[in-house]
Write a protein that binds this ligand. Structure first.
Ligand SMILES: Nc1nc2c(ncn2[C@@H]2O[C@H](COP(=O)(O)OP(=O)(O)OP(=O)(O)O)[C@@H](O)[C@H]2O)c(=O)[nH]1
Ligand SMILES: [Zn+2]
Length: 422
């Protein structure tokens, strides 16, 4: 996002679209049918199409597909307010009232059509949001193709359980995953190679990089080319450093690893897509160390490539097998991460149970047996706290209030008398 975009609008911290570090990451939601009902992007050079790179309050920073309107010469325009040059590759847009009325949100990553461009002022209005291919809720980004998961080989130490947790969370989005092991310079080459071999048995082909001695960096752009990628990983693994290297314009702050836990400072706040020089878009996410696992217990096995592979070639005896101690289970076995599977399964089962209990407690109907023995569903009475008090109780409350006021008046009078005396 340009500095002008951030600086020209005085928005409060609450209004800015931010992702708190405590939030679970990679919550994806299914794409709404209304969105899919909208017209698609037709090839028509008279239409102004673009991608939303950043959102702040009610303004959208849109990168245009075409660098300038076809009927205008290539040039740079000045804004009336800042007098700083705004390239015609981007427009600062509002959302058409019609979209607001139908509740159409505009997210970072959305493909949009712009109307009424004010080329000199660098402004426009979003008239249409095209159907989303994918939608992440946390961080809120549309049309993401893949997740670049960065883990350091050291500082902070690579923990296979934590890595598995991030991988499961990333797998649950259904997006492609690119795993990157950073800080190669901090461990002997053999150790790094061992990690790569180990991760291959998990079903991943990691990139091995070091920003310090610049090894492996040439492998990264090819994996990001023409894709929209979200970078994720624990704090302090070098995500911001990597993005700054790939996109110097991004200028993300790099935090030093600090504290007993070897955690990095959390410096990443805005949800924003940066353009890769080679083509494609990249978003940073805040570093955090413990993503919540919130998938359904029955889905969990599918987020381990090793289990997925087993299920592709064999079937468990029971359709609802959770792959613990059920007979003739195709998943249970001596694969390295099976114990992590069991551990995460316990976690999602506990969570599921808590959700079920809340649902029962919040149920608004109750089942009654009628005189003729038939079951009948009827609405639950409001809880006591919302029931209207009885007349007797109301009268009692009034009397209490009356005597309370009388007592207070007596006390006040006594105080006044005392004042007079003193
Ligand atoms: N030795 C070594 N240090 C690195 C490398 N890459 C990054 N660092 C250092 O690691 C520390 C953390 O880097 P950041 O880029 O801030 O890490 P981050 O993942 O963005 O951290 P958060 O913003 O907390 O999520 C900084 O001190 C970097 O200089 C590397 O390849 N080798
Ligand atoms: Zn099974």
């Amino acid at each position: 996002m340009s500095a002008e975009f951030i600086d020209s609008f005085d928005v409060s911290a609450e209004e800015k679209q931010t992702v708190a570090p405590s939030q679970a990451i990679f919550t994806s939601s299914s794409v709404s049918p209304e969105l899919n009902a909208q017209p698609s992007e037709l090839v028509d050079s008279s239409r102004i199409l673009g991608t939303v790179l950043a959102v702040q309050a009610n303004f959208y920073w849109v990168q245009l597909d075409q660098t300038q309107p076809p009927d205008r010469p290539s040039s740079t325009f000045l804004t009336a307010t800042s007098q700083s040059p705004i390239p015609t590759t981007h427009l600062l847009c509002t959302r058409r009232t019609r979209l607001k009325k139908i509740g159409q949100q505009v997210m970072v990553g959305d493909r949009v059509e712009i109307e009424d461009p004010d080329w000199a002022g660098g402004r426009g209005a979003i008239a249409q949001v095209f159907p989303r291919k994918t939608q992440l809720d946390r961080p809120p980004i549309a049309n993401v193709d893949q997740i670049l998961l960065v883990f350091a080989l050291a500082e902070p130490m690579l923990d296979p359980c934590q890595l598995s947790r991030f991988l499961v969370k990333a797998e649950s989005t259904g997006l492609a995953i690119c795993l990157c092991l950073s800080k190669r310079d901090l461990v002997p080459l053999e150790d790094a190679q061992q990690w790569c071999d180990r991760l291959r048995t998990w079903g991943y082909e990691p990139l091995l990089i070091s920003l310090l001695d610049e090894t492996g960096l040439e492998t990264v752009p090819a994996r990001l080319n023409q894709q929209t990628t979200v970078v994720s990983g624990p704090s302090g693994v070098g995500k911001s450093s990597l993005i700054n290297r790939l996109i110097p314009k991004a200028d993300l702050r790099v935090g030093a690893v600090s504290g007993k836990l070897g955690r990095g400072r959390h410096t990443t706040r805005h949800v924003e897509l940066f353009q890769l020089p080679t083509g494609g878009l990249l978003a940073d996410t805040p570093g955090f160390n413990q993503p919540d696992l919130d998938c359904a217990p029955a889905e969990l096995a599918y987020y381990f490539p090793e289990a997925r592979q087993r299920l592709a070639t064999a079937r468990c005896q029971f359709g609802d097998c959770l792959h613990r101690d059920e007979p003739n289970c195709a998943v249970r076995g001596d694969w390295e991460r099976y114990d992590y599977y069991l551990m995460f399964l316990d976690e999602v089962l506990v969570r599921q149970e808590a959700i079920d209990q809340t649902r029962d407690a919040e149920s608004t109907t109750k089942v009654k047996i009628r005189g003729d023995g038939q079951l009948q569903t009827e609405p639950k009475l409001a809880t006591k706290k919302y029931r209207r008090p009885s007349r007797r109780k109301q009268k009692q409350q009034l009397q209490d209030l009356y005597s309370e006021i009388n007592n207070e008046m007596d006390t006040d009078e006594e105080d006044i008398d005392e004042d007079r005396l003193s």
